[in-house]
Design a protein around this ligand. Structure first.
Ligand SMILES: *Cc1c(COP(=O)(O)O)cnc(C)c1O
Length: 345
């Protein structure tokens, strides 16, 4: 078998949710958008429901289907993109809760699905999703009378605890929502770590559940092992891979590994990432191809059958650093060619 093997530790997902939940006195939901950050929304959502999560969040209505099917009717599934044209049937049939982002969405929702639950998203400075002051002022009284499930906003810089944007957005959120009785939600993983002022009634962690920064105490969730297809000896001066970008400075043994950028191991890792055999680092050399990596195993002293790119020696954030990106992108890029296995333990 030449597919890589992705193992997903559902006990770690559950433990991460519990650890984040213990940091607040309020309700903890779970963000399972982008197929559970690439790790499988259905299996992740089930593991989280088993430890007590009752509110789930997806980015788009279509993503609600897998979660609803996995969890049945008793959980709330909220949709960040709100109620888009064409979403009505899905929102109704799957009983999704759209987070309405604009007066247009409010009108669409109240017209097409009167009496169907919804929430509201406010923009407090990120300028991405949600109603701004004027819109909010125009509809607040009417929509709040319909008992929305929550009023939420999102922090732009919560991964940096000292960023002045955090208290700025907190202040705006207070000004826009103080005095209402609807449950409020401001924080994702980063905001949960900023302290109780940021917790309001519901928190919405995503990346921390999956083992990523800024939740430093998170347990790792993903492990990725890649099979070696062949190993060859190179003389000093020989080159490897596209563009001849790597040249052997010494007699070398080069392993060809089955995975590439089509599997989410992005080209920016070329010449920069490291694979591991237990505790032994093996540098990725040359360019990442679509389906293959070349790795210098000279110092290992033997030819390995497989190498590990995500595991005890290299977290998603460490791999992301090497490629100049963030753990979120590494996880959500993980391809669908891997054999995937849930583990608990
Ligand atoms: C993705 C997202 C979250 C979860 O963010 P993390 O940083 O992964 O915890 C929460 N709220 C909104 C609106 C999001 O888009």
């Amino acid at each position: 078998m030449s597919t890589g093997h992705l193992s997903i530790d559902l006990s770690a997902v559950a433990a991460n949710w519990r650890a984040l939940d213990a940091k607040t006195t309020v309700e903890t939901g779970a963000v399972v958008k982008a197929d559970g950050y690439g790790l499988g929304a259905a299996r992740v959502a089930k593991a989280l429901a088993n430890v007590g999560a009752r509110r789930f969040f997806v980015a788009i209505a279509e993503e609600g289907a897998a979660v609803r099917q996995a969890l049945g009717p008793d959980v709330e599934i909220s949709v960040f993109s709100g109620h888009m044209d064409g979403d009505t049937a899905l929102i109704r049939d799957l009983n999704l809760t759209p987070m309405l982002n604009s007066v247009d969405q409010v009108s669409r929702h109240l017209e097409h699905l009167p009496g169907h639950g919804f929430g509201l998203q406010l923009d407090t400075g990120m300028n991405r999703l949600g109603m701004e002051w004027d819109e909010w002022a125009a509809v607040a009284e009417v929509v709040l009378a319909q008992r929305p499930s929550m009023v939420m906003s999102h922090l732009a810089c919560a991964d940096d605890p000292d960023h002045p944007m955090n208290p700025y957005q907190l202040d705006i959120f207070h000004k826009m929502t103080d005095g209402i009785t609807t449950p409020r939600s401001l924080s994702a993983t980063g905001g949960m770590l900023l302290g109780a002022d940021y917790h309001f009634d519901i928190c919405r962690p995503g990346i921390g559940l999956y083992g990523g920064a800024p939740f430093k105490d998170a347990r790792a969730v993903a492990r990725l092992d890649l099979p070696v297809i062949q190993v060859r000896a190179l003389d000093a001066g020989e080159v490897a891979g596209y563009g001849n970008s790597w040249q052997a400075a010494r007699p070398s043994r080069i392993a060809t590994v089955s995975a590439g950028y089509a599997d989410g191991l992005i080209r920016a890792m070329s010449d920069r990432a490291t694979l591991w055999y237990d505790d032994h680092p093996c540098p990725l050399i040359g360019r990442v191809s679509m389906d293959l990596l070349t790795v210098d195993v000279t110092d290992l002293g033997f030819d390995p059958e497989a190498l590990t790119i995500l595991g005890p020696k290299q977290s998603v954030d460490q791999l992301a650093d090497r490629a100049g990106t963030i753990g979120y992108e590494i996880l959500t890029s993980l391809g669908n060619r891997y054999s995937r296995q849930s583990v608990t333990g």
